[in-house]
Design a protein around this ligand. Structure first.
Ligand code: ADP
Ligand code: MG
Length: 345
């Protein structure tokens, strides 16, 4: 098995850095999600690890070995692309063993590994079909099979589930996670979907504009976001981030809990929608919209002109314009510097 380490990796396209001096480490056998909005540098990072592109600066280590100058085939990585990239004229079996054939693996071993992989992925009955005769989920499994049969210690996946419908995505999420754990592979998994990252990964590397915003376990990312960007990217609906002075609650119960030695005009408070309660007293707000989601309802309210989202259990009967009061456990308030967005202790 192998850990993966990036040391101050930069990739420039012309005079713009797609990734700018990023460093992180994926422990051997762990599942690491590279998460972030479109264009933040996730695919670039993955392609650099695979060796499909070379970095402008920095080094990449796999299993302690510097692979920065090595071609893809010598890095011990397998890659699954968003587009599956299956050969349409080859059968499922031929697609899966293609890479092994190129490397001239002996026929007996090839057959054995194919049978094992097909069993693992439930593809045994489909081996003679062409990709066009498969459903999206089955095609996805063939693409996984091609990566798994390589028995590479490191697997790289770039948004592998984005072409699947919502329900199948949930199933495949679990399948990929189980497979990764069973085989003990080190997984680097690119996604823009925070739910996917939070449910699958041991470690989430949250990226923004070519740099790493936060590198942490999913629960730590949710509980202690380092910036307002991280706070709002993780969780649905996103955390409410409100400037303290706009609230006009200088004498409110929150103020004694604000970080000491900071001017109130420079503070923003963060509170998760699921932690706010509607109450008979507390901070006054006005309902602007209500959405019923099934298990819970989402109330949008205006708090001195600032938009606040509140998630309450069950179905709530409130109409637009209704006066409400908001409370929450002050200990669950996050504090940020308004200008920089950085978390305050
Ligand atoms: P993500 O996968 O997070 O959506 P990418 O890594 O694909 O983002 O892209 C990061 C940035 O690098 C984007 O601004 C993108 O336009 C740029 N970029 C990616 N590949 C190339 C390329 N081959 N040539 C020029 N710019 C590129
Ligand atoms: Mg991408």
């Amino acid at each position: 098995m192998a850990d993966v380490e990036l040391r101050s990796i930069t990739k420039n396209w012309g005079d713009k850095a797609a990734v700018d001096a990023i460093s992180f480490k994926a422990a051997s056998g762990s599942f690491v999600a590279l998460l972030g909005p479109s264009g933040c540098g996730k695919s670039t990072t993955l392609r650099l690890i695979a060796g499909l592109d070379s970095p402008s600066a920095g080094s990449i280590l796999i299993g302690g070995r510097d692979v920065t100058a090595l071609p893809p085939a010598e890095r011990g990585t397998a890659m699954v692309f968003q587009s599956y990239a299956l050969f349409p004229h080859l059968s499922v079996a031929e697609n899966i063993i293609f890479g092994l054939k190129v490397r001239k693996v002996a026929t007996a071993e090839l057959k054995e590994r194919l049978a094992k992989t097909a069993t693992l992925l439930g593809l045994t009955a489909l081996l003679d079909r062409k990709p066009s005769q498969l459903s999206g989920g089955q095609q996805q499994r063939v693409a996984l099979g091609r990566a798994i049969i390589a028995e590479a210690p490191v697997c790289l996946m770039d948004e592998p589930l984005s072409n699947l419908d919502a329900q199948l995505r949930v199933e495949m999420r679990r399948e990929i996670r189980e497979l990764q754990q069973r085989l003990g592979i080190t997984m680097l998994y690119v996604t823009h979907d925070q739910l996917e990252a939070m449910t699958m990964a041991d470690q989430v590397v949250l990226m923004r504009d070519g740099h790493i915003e936060q590198d942490a376990a999913p629960d730590a990312l949710y509980e202690s976001p380092r910036t307002t960007f991280a706070a709002r990217f993780i969780g649905t609906p996103p955390m409410n981030v409100i400037s303290l002075s706009k609230l006009g609650i200088e004498d409110h119960v929150l103020v004694p809990h604000a970080p000491k030695g900071q001017e109130h005009e420079r503070l923003a408070l963060g509170i998760r929608p699921e932690l706010i309660r509607l109450s008979t007293s507390g901070i006054p707000a006005t309902v602007t919209a209500v959405e019923f989601l099934g298990a819970d309802s989402l109330v949008e309210a205006s708090l001195s002109g600032e938009r606040v989202l509140i998630r309450v259990p069950g179905k709530i009967r409130l109409s637009r314009g209704a006066a409400i009061h908001l409370t929450w456990d002050v200990a669950t308030t996050h504090w940020f510097d308004l200008a920089s967005g950085n978390r305050l202790a």
